[in-house]
Design a protein around this ligand. Structure first.
Ligand code: ADP
Ligand code: MG
Ligand code: ZN
Length: 676
């Protein structure tokens, strides 16, 4: 999307504060400290050597013990003149006389050092005393006498010295490292988008993007092909915000939330983006996963912040994309409970309760898994409206192709209709993908314009990828599926007690279904045998149609058969609806999977036989019905192949009104006859 590309560009132009500078500075600091000479220029010397050689030589003038851990040695004036001390007699930098200390060494234990020093001293003194005695009162004798005195005087002075620099480093370095680590973590968690040190302090702020008059959105409703109903409903929300009095005048309440539901890639996010552009009210957009963060409590505080911002901007719309990230049902998984997500969800529920829609905030959310959402989210007063965004039918796909072909350079005679026919089961995103692939393929072939062949190859390529994920229907299968679904529709149409049909389609639903027929369930808790039998016949209608038309059956009815088998066994063994088996019920919920059957082998055989005969009878009855109504079956199947979706009204115009009266059909219903 060009809009997104623009944003990215703007981002990269912004000067960014690079955190690696901090690591660099710390590293440089450490190196400098290592290289810097300590304040005194004393040469280090081994303690052993000092005690054995230097001390006994009589050259030592003074000893200073610093901080009880290091000894500094000052040489006498005379010693400094000796050539062996040349290296320490001058300061290394300026070359002046070195005032000392001249040598230094560290001591492990000061007591140990003192003992050894005293030892060495007394030995030296004893030796000197002998020599003095020997030399008598001569010149050497006097000199030795003096040395003896100075040696006995020699004792360490103790000083304590603050080493300012290394102390500072010792104190600050750990802190510096901690800060660096902290910055690093913060940067990682805050996602690294946008840059700037201020982000660290914004972790509890919501990351919603605000679209209003000043910000440009490049998506309009024209870019959303098909989905007319969804577009209308979405625009109605805007109307709620703009003219609330119109709706509340009669006492009605404006809905607070609205949920876009449909399989992935069908244009839910796209519709919301277009709405941001067209609504002309402030529009906050955020993704469910933006609430989720490493730190506890962040999600909830982001929700609070989002709603605070929204209230300030009211009237406005808040769009939460992929709400399943936070909206999953709570508390099922107690072992690995996700408290943080639950807190976030709870906060969202609280906020949605906390404002009335007269305040002018309406929440729009999108999800492709409405089944996993917490029921609290879906109950009235929260997301009380659902807008279905289904996979496109034939004409929808045609429109989507047109939208996505528009920006491409194509030859003039692109057969959009044919493309749409070949892409049954594709979602909008898949079609966008086909168009993009076609452009790439044409470019690789060095073409100036994209032609039909490129689109064909692109479809094949995308199909290859999709086949693994989704069921995509080949043309010959499409016909079988059409007859199968038409079989359900027609048999239901002419069976008095079957549920009234809402729509029938051969567009796969979700990832597994081949096609489905959707019925309006009656509000009913007690079924009589006739009703159950009609239900069974209608469920068998798919397979019966295949046999009536082709004389053979396919695997497409597996799901139907499972369903009626369960139903029939229930009729015979639980509801007592079979004359032979009689009024008995073997229903034992405690022993559902037990090996011990609560009836004899003969009864078991009887049950099996009865179930079999019920199903056989129903199947014969359905086949007879469909043979009788073969014309209707043909009409509907052919129309299904053409249009892929047929609604009630279409059936009425194709095969006439249902010969039975039926109650009004509510709009939202989910009783679906799915074929897997
Ligand atoms: P989702 O329903 O998963 O949020 P998106 O809205 O993200 O799907 O759709 C992905 C892409 O598919 C869109 O960006 C667009 O290019 C394309 N697309 C999907 N549906 C339509 C549509 N009805 N009209 C035009 N393009 C569509
Ligand atoms: Mg989406
Ligand atoms: Zn079926």
């Amino acid at each position: 999307m060009s809009n997104k590309a623009n944003n990215d560009k703007a981002d990269s132009k912004k000067p960014k504060f690079n955190y690696y500078w901090i690591y660099g500075l710390i590293l440089v600091g450490i190196i400098v400290m290592q290289l810097m000479p300590s304040q005194n220029t004393a040469t280090s010397i081994n303690q052993e050597k000092f005690l054995r050689e230097m001390l006994t030589s009589g050259d030592v003038g003074d000893l200073v013990v610093v901080n009880r851990e290091r000894v500094e040695v000052y040489l006498t004036e005379e010693a400094l003149a000796k050539p062996i001390y040349e290296e320490v007699s001058k300061t290394p930098l300026m070359g002046r006389k070195n005032p000392g200390p001249h040598y230094t060494f560290s001591v492990g234990s000061i007591e140990n050092f003192e003992n050894r020093l005293a030892d060495a001293k007394s030995k030296k003194i004893a030796a000197l005393q002998q020599e003095v005695n020997k030399a008598g009162n001569s010149d050497t004798g006097k000199k030795l006498q003096k040395e003896l005195e100075s040696t006995s005087m020699l004792g360490p002075k103790y000083v304590t010295r603050e080493d300012w620099l290394s102390n500072t480093i010792a104190w600050t370095l750990p802190f510096l490292i901690l800060i660096a680590v902290w910055l690093f973590i913060m940067r990682r968690v805050s996602g690294g988008v946008g840059g700037g040190g201020g982000q660290i302090f914004n972790i509890g702020k919501s990351k919603a993007t605000l679209f209003d008059k000043d910000s440009k959105v490049n998506v309009s409703f024209e870019d959303v092909a098909g989905l007319e109903e969804a577009k209308e409903e979405v625009m109605e929300i805007v109307d709620f915000l703009k003219n609330p009095q119109k709706y509340t005048a009669l006492g009605g309440k404006i809905p607070k939330g609205c949920l876009l539901v449909g399989p992935p890639g069908t244009g839910k996010t796209l519709i919301a983006k277009a709405m941001a552009g067209e609504a002309q009210v402030p529009f906050f957009s955020i993704s469910g996963s933006d609430f989720v963060e490493l730190f506890v409590g962040v999600g909830a505080s982001r929700v609070r912040d989002l709603f605070k911002q929204a209230r300030e901007k009211a009237p406005c719309i808040v769009f939460i994309d992929e709400i399943d990230a936070i909206g999953r049902a709570r508390g099922r998984n107690t072992v690995q409970g996700n408290d943080e997500r639950e807190n976030t969800l709870n906060q969202l529920l609280v906020e949605m309760d906390g404002f009335s829609s007269e305040k002018g905030v309406i929440i729009l959310a999108a999800s492709n898994r409405p089944d996993v959402l917490d029921s609290a989210l879906l109950r009235p007063g929260r997301f009380d409206r659902q807008i279905g965004v289904d996979k496109p039918d034939l004409s929808g796909r045609e429109k989507i192709f047109e939208v996505h072909i528009k920006p491409l350079t194509v030859v003039t005679d692109i057969d959009v209709k044919k493309l749409a026919e070949q892409t049954a089961g594709f979602a909008g995103a898949d079609i966008a993908n086909v168009c993009n692939e076609a452009a790439l393929i044409a470019a690789r072939r060095d073409k100036k314009q994209i032609d039909n062949q490129d689109f064909q190859d692109a479809i094949d390529r995308v199909l290859g990828g999709l086949e693994k994920k989704n069921k995509i229907i080949a043309p010959h299968e499409k016909e079988i599926i059409a007859y199968h679904e038409a079989g359900h529709a027609v048999s239901g149409w002419f069976l008095q007690h079957a549920h009234p049909l809402l729509k029938v389609t051969i567009i796969p639903r979700g990832t597994a279904a081949l096609g489905y027929a959707q019925y309006v369930p009656k509000e009913q808790y007690l079924y009589n045998k006739d009703q159950l039998m009609d239900e069974i016949c209608m469920t068998l209608g798919g397979r019966a149609a295949e046999e009536v038309i082709y004389g053979k059956v396919s695997t497409g009815a597996q799901n139907d058969l499972e369903k009626i088998t369960k139903m029939c066994y229930a009729m015979v063994t639980i509801y007592g609806m079979n004359d032979k088996v009689g009024n008995v019920s073997f229903h034992d919920p405690q022993n559902e999977y037990g090996f011990q059957k609560p009836y004899s082998d003969e009864t078991a055989t009887m049950i099996d036989e009865e179930v079999r005969s019920i199903i056989d009878n129903a199947y014969e009855r359905t086949k007879a019905l469909l043979r009788e109504k073969k014309e209707a079956l043909e009409t509907i199947a052919q129309e299904l192949i053409k249009r892929e979706v047929l609604f009630r009204a279409d059936l009425v115009s194709l095969i006439g009104e249902r010969p039975f009266s039926e109650p009004g059909t509510p709009k939202l219903s989910m009783n679906v006859q799915v074929d897997k």
